[in-house]
Design a protein around this ligand. Structure first.
Ligand code: PLP
Length: 447
């Protein structure tokens, strides 16, 4: 029964990123039993519109039988093997080829991992080995940004620029530094977003100069910072960041774990923001979350140095290039192509989503609605003009998130904002429903 599941969950299951005392106070977790399209159903039969697409990942929606069939077929044929010892698997090879064809020019070589965190750990090692092989072994520093999220392993948590992720001793590890985030709403003051974008990029250059450019291996950034609060950079930001990376010869790692596979209306955020990565991290939407798989997609000019010379790259995971996950990712990509999912996001449903969310700007608790296509944040405030933070932080967003959950919508509270990342297959009617539940949940805070 649901009650038993909740009790056993509390007794035996440790949840990621969860205050267990609070969970116990709530009477336990809501038990999600099934999913179809954009909806989840719990064990008591209540339906939830999934405004978060799981954790920014269920791009083609829940319950696609094609993916289950492909997984079953691959499991029967070859459930597992690895590519450590001069062996490979058809599905893995074909996925690497699919990715080379899909990604921007020059990004032709894929190193597989299981999660975004592991792929970013891999990227750090690729970037450092790149410089080591070129006789610059001291070039080890990775510059990340405040409010970045790059994962939860010790290295990826170190790259992450969210203070709470550094609460555990030992993080960040040495040689990881953080530059300012291009977060105009919170930090832009009287500047225009364009001026502020240039200032944030200048902050990156100052960080590089403080470390010493000859020590910096790479800069890592999400095209749009997701878990940090869907921070859409001003249009001036990325061109300037790329100019700075080129000026100092610093590798550019673009973390597309959220933005990749259609979220921003193109296949990759790098295309939406005209970024030319040396290494691209992909995960989540690559398999629509049906199975864990990620990749570091490496530009030819980096791969030639790290992988094509003598010697080996001493790194890999038991499940790197797992054939079942690879087969599922291939089918997911094939479905997205067949159904024109990305074109619809960029040309129709993405703009519609942003337009409908923007209607909430008339609400007295809504300060800003920002986003690109199907990723968005609704910034809550009690001070629309002054753009000051809510006291205590999250004091509005958390109750609104909880109200949405009660009213049948999943969203996530990040500081003062609510973030959204629905399945890319969301319909106009479902977008309308999402906005209407959100408005109702906001209204409930006025009483
Ligand atoms: N990078 C970004 C941009 C992410 O949003 C996430 C997860 O949310 C990660 C990396 C880490 O991915 P994972 O949770 O699969 O390790």
């Amino acid at each position: 029964s649901t009650a038993t599941l909740k009790a056993v969950d509390l007794a035996h299951h440790l949840h990621p990123f969860t205050d267990h005392q609070e969970l116990r106070g709530d009477g336990g977790a809501r038990v999600i039993a099934s999913g179809k399209g954009c909806y989840l159903t719990d064990t008591e039969g209540a339906r939830l519109l999934d405004g978060m697409g799981g954790l920014w990942c269920v791009n083609i929606g829940y319950g696609r039988p094609e993916l289950a069939e492909v997984a079953a077929r691959q499991m029967q044929e070859l459930p597992y093997y690895n590519s450590f010892f001069k062996t490979t698997m058809p599905a893995t090879v074909q996925l690497a080829e699919d990715l080379a064809a899909l990604t921007p020019e020059g990004l032709n070589r894929a190193f597989f991992s299981n999660s975004g965190s592991e792929a970013n750990d891999t990227n750090i090692r690729i970037a450092r080995m790149y410089w080591q092989k070129q006789g610059q072994p001291d070039r080890t520093v990775i510059v990340s940004r405040n409010l970045a999220y790059h994962g939860s392993t010790i290295a990826a948590a170190s790259l992450t620029g969210l203070a709470s992720m550094h609460d555990i001793p030992g993080i960040p590890i040495p040689d990881i530094v953080h530059a300012p985030a291009p977060f105009w709403w919170a930090n832009g003051g009287d500047m225009s977003p364009e001026e502020f974008g240039l200032q944030a990029a200048r902050g990156l250059e100052e960080t590089i100069l403080a470390v010493g450019p000859e020590r910096v291996a790479a800069f890592i950034g999400e095209p749009v910072q997701g878990a940090g609060g869907v921070i859409v950079p001003p249009s001036t930001y990325w061109p300037e960041v790329q100019r700075i990376c080129r000026k100092y010869g610093i590798l550019l790692i673009v973390d597309e774990v959220i933005c990749g596979f259609g979220r921003t209306g193109r296949w990759f955020g790098s295309q939406t923001f005209d970024i030319a990565p040396d290494i691209m991290t992909v995960a989540k939407g690559m398999s629509s979350g049906y199975l864990p798989i990620s990749a570091s997609i490496v530009h030819d000019r980096v791969a030639e140095v790290v992988f094509d010379g003598p010697g080996r790259f001493p790194h890999g995971y038991t499940y790197s290039g797992h054939p079942v996950a690879a087969a599922v990712a291939r089918e997911n990509i094939a479905i997205m192509k067949r159904e024109g999912v990305v074109e619809r996001v960029g040309g129709d449903i993405g703009p519609y989503f942003q337009e409908r969310l923007a209607t909430l700007l008339d609400h007295e608790l809504v300060g800003e609605v920002r986003g690109v296509s199907l990723m968005a944040a609704v910034e809550l405030t009690r001070d629309k003009k002054g753009r000051s933070a809510v006291e205590p932080l999250g004091g509005l967003a958390t109750p609104v998130r909880n109200a949405c959950f009660e009213n049948g919508l999943t969203t996530r509270a990040v500081r003062d904002c609510l973030v959204f990342s629905p399945p890319l297959v969301i319909s106009r009617a479902e977008v309308d429903e999402l906005v209407s539940i959100l408005r109702r949940s906001l209204d409930q805070q006025l009483k």
